[in-house]
Write a protein that binds this ligand. Structure first.
Ligand code: NAD
Length: 253
């Protein structure tokens, strides 16, 4: 696509955002790729190297040591070093300026909050906390030594599990509710770096679309949303497109 066409699309998206009453961002693993965290699916995705079966809840409960060896490497050794990129920062500044109400993220990496976003719905939970599978006690991952796996609950000795949603687990009730509320309230959804394959999260933008919401999407390639519900598709890396969008929104990064 010609450069001017892309610029016009971004300008058009900025105009729509400025006129909107309630803008909600919906983010997936793609927004954190430029922070050095690979996605699960797609080019360079973790599932081309690792077996996702280790993150099935039933497998974890039967084989916590095996699951934890992968979890420690993937999430606790990698995520700790990651920093928010321009896309996270632009969203935080949009919120500060009153141009964005909420971020619904499927990510568990805490980068939106580190960038300064306040109203964040962690739809799949977070890696920063652990929860005991036996008594429900919750503590930060920092309070726990991950040298000896699997980590054990200081209260009852049960196995600790990262407080994010494993395959086969339910979405936390509050997050599920907030997703539906945003789909109802928003008149613009800004969908960034999501395949639209992960259910039930992917239903949220669809629900918003059915409620009459405009869908603006940023991705390096078309997703399951693109030809179905997306009104404006901004092709490119999240940080590059968000940098240009911020310029049209007169936001300094
Ligand atoms: P996903 O739906 O989150 O898809 C990743 C998407 O990002 C793809 O559509 C890909 O084209 C796009 N993308 C890649 N690089 C990009 C870039 N630089 N800019 C814009 N878009 C880009 O799917 P997934 O990766 O399979 O993740 C499955 C679930 O696991 C999701 O809930 C996801 O959020 C979570 N997950 C979280 C993290 C994290 O917390 N950072 C990392 C991996 C997976």
């Amino acid at each position: 696509m010609r450069k001017t066409v892309v610029e016009n699309l971004i300008k058009n998206a900025a105009d729509i955002i400025c006129r909107a009453k309630h803008v909600t961002a919906f983010t997936g693993a793609g927004i954190s790729v430029e922070s050095g965290i690979p996605p699960f699916r797609g080019p360079g995705g973790l599932w081309s190297k690792y077996d996702p079966g280790y993150l099935m809840i039933d497998y974890f409960l039967g084989n916590p040591l095996k699951s934890w060896e992968l979890i420690r490497e993937l999430f606790y050794e990698n995520f700790g070093r990651a920093k928010p990129n321009l896309a996270h920062i632009a969203l935080a500044k949009m919120e500060e300026r009153g141009l964005l109400k909420t971020v619904i993220t499927q990510n568990i990496d805490y980068l939106h909050q580190l960038a300064g976003s306040k109203n964040v719905c962690e739809y799949h939970g977070t890696y920063r906390y652990l929860r005991c599978v036996q008594c429900g006690y919750r503590l930060t991952a920092e309070e726990t030594h991950l040298e000896n796996l699997p980590p054990k609950c200081p209260e009852c000795g049960g196995v600790l599990k990262p407080d994010f949603v494993f395959f086969g687990e339910m979405i936390p009730e509050d997050a599920g509710r907030q997703g539906l509320i945003e789909a109802e309230k928003a008149d613009v959804f800004l969908v960034i770096g999501s395949t639209g394959e992960v259910m039930p999260a992917a239903q949220i933008p669809h629900q918003a679309f059915m409620n009459g919401c405009k869908i603006i999407e940023i991705n390096i390639q078309p997703s399951n949303f693109t030809n179905v519900i997306t009104h404006i598709f901004l092709r490119g890396k999240a940080s590059e497109v968000m940098r240009k969008l911020a310029r049209y929104l007169e936001i300094e990064l």
